[in-house]
Design a protein around this ligand. Structure first.
Ligand SMILES: Cc1cc2nc3c(=O)[nH]c(=O)nc-3n(C[C@H](O)[C@H](O)[C@H](O)COP(=O)(O)OP(=O)(O)OC[C@H]3O[C@@H](n4cnc5c(N)ncnc54)[C@H](O)[C@@H]3O)c2cc1C
Length: 278
């Protein structure tokens, strides 16, 4: 039983070019892309209760549909030495490792379908046979297993991580998730586990700030230690983080808030401090 989030780096960062086996629409705005290929023959690093683990997807060159994997240099992402450059600019985005099936050797990523960026648009037209580069994960972010209660909050981009958190909860733990989506059509049957509840917040009727208002209206479990995870649009999360840390007084090690995207910013580097600090 652990009480803090711990990082478990991997000895090597995987570099894979995978093929879309199939796509499944989980809802009108969320699409599962199931990936296969020889680069998964040796397996894939998947750790239980590391729900925020993610990979960098490398989009194919729009002209050729081919994928070339960059290397990270001091000057940014570059073509490995000795390889002919296939693309001028690499488009690389973060996606949660939603599921890994070691028997079928299939990796599943869930994409929010939106028109504002290349990854959202790629997913909207992805079909069997398409190529996708997948780099990482660099390591596992092991969530603490020692709490009797877990709170999760987020928007559509957080659904894959929150779904994993609810699926992989430590035995006997209870959980509540607040998930903000456009409307009832976006709700998903995430879990049927005892002691786990999902409350959907509809932004089309609630307007902005609905997630924070839902959180503020909730009474935290009295006399119980708990852990909170929140992910989604950075600006929406800023007051949520402040509330958890400074109004509810949750210690830093019991809160993990991660800006997964930021309105108006392409390719957000989530390692920056986008949701405020202590
Ligand atoms: C650790 C981590 C895990 C993530 N896991 C997932 C995941 O499993 N599934 C998932 O769908 N996303 C996930 N995201 C979020 C995803 O990386 C971003 O949404 C990313 O910006 C999408 O890239 P893009 O090329 O579509 O848009 P970008 O080129 O990055 O952005 C272009 C424009 O689109 C806007 N934009 C970006 N994302 C969205 C959105 N979701 N809705 C509306 N507008 C948007 C930006 O504000 C910007 O103005 C994750 C992010 C992180 C950091």
């Amino acid at each position: 039983m652990t009480r803090t989030t711990t990082r478990a780096p991997l000895p090597a960062v995987g570099r894979r070019v995978l093929t879309v086996d199939r796509v499944t629409d989980l809802g009108p705005r969320l699409r599962r892309v199931v990936l296969t290929g020889a680069d998964l023959d040796e397996g894939f690093p998947f750790a239980r209760f590391a729900p925020a683990d993610h990979v960098k997807v490398v989009l194919p060159d729009p002209a050729t549909g081919r994928v070339s994997l960059p290397v990270r240099t001091a000057a940014g992402l570059r073509t490995p030495e000795g390889e002919a450059p296939l693309v001028r600019d690499y488009t690389v985005r973060d996606y949660t490792v939603r599921a890994w099936d070691p028997t079928a050797r299939e990796l599943s990523l869930d994409f929010v379908l939106h028109e504002h960026g290349p990854a959202g648009r790629w997913a909207a037209t992805a079909r069997a046979g398409d190529q996708l580069g997948v780099m990482g994960p660099r390591g596992h972010l092991m969530f603490p297993t020692g709490y009797p209660f877990y709170l999760a909050l987020g928007d559509e981009t957080a659904i894959p991580a929150v779904a994993r958190l609810l699926d992989e909860l430590p035995d006997g733990a209870r959980a509540l998730a607040f998930l903000e989506v456009d409307d009832a059509a976006d709700e998903l049957p995430l879990t049927a586990r005892d002691g786990v509840e999902v409350r959907w917040v509809h932004r089309n009727t609630e307007g902005s700030g609905g997630l924070e208002r839902a959180l503020r209206a909730w009474a935290p479990p009295a006399g119980t230690d708990w852990f909170a995870f929140a992910a989604g649009e950075a600006g929406v999360l800023t007051p949520i983080r402040r509330y958890l840390r400074h109004e509810l007084g949750l210690p830093q090690e019991q809160v993990d808030v991660d800006g997964y995207w930021k309105q108006g910013t392409a390719g957000l580097d989530h390692h920056g401090d986008h949701v405020g600090s202590d």
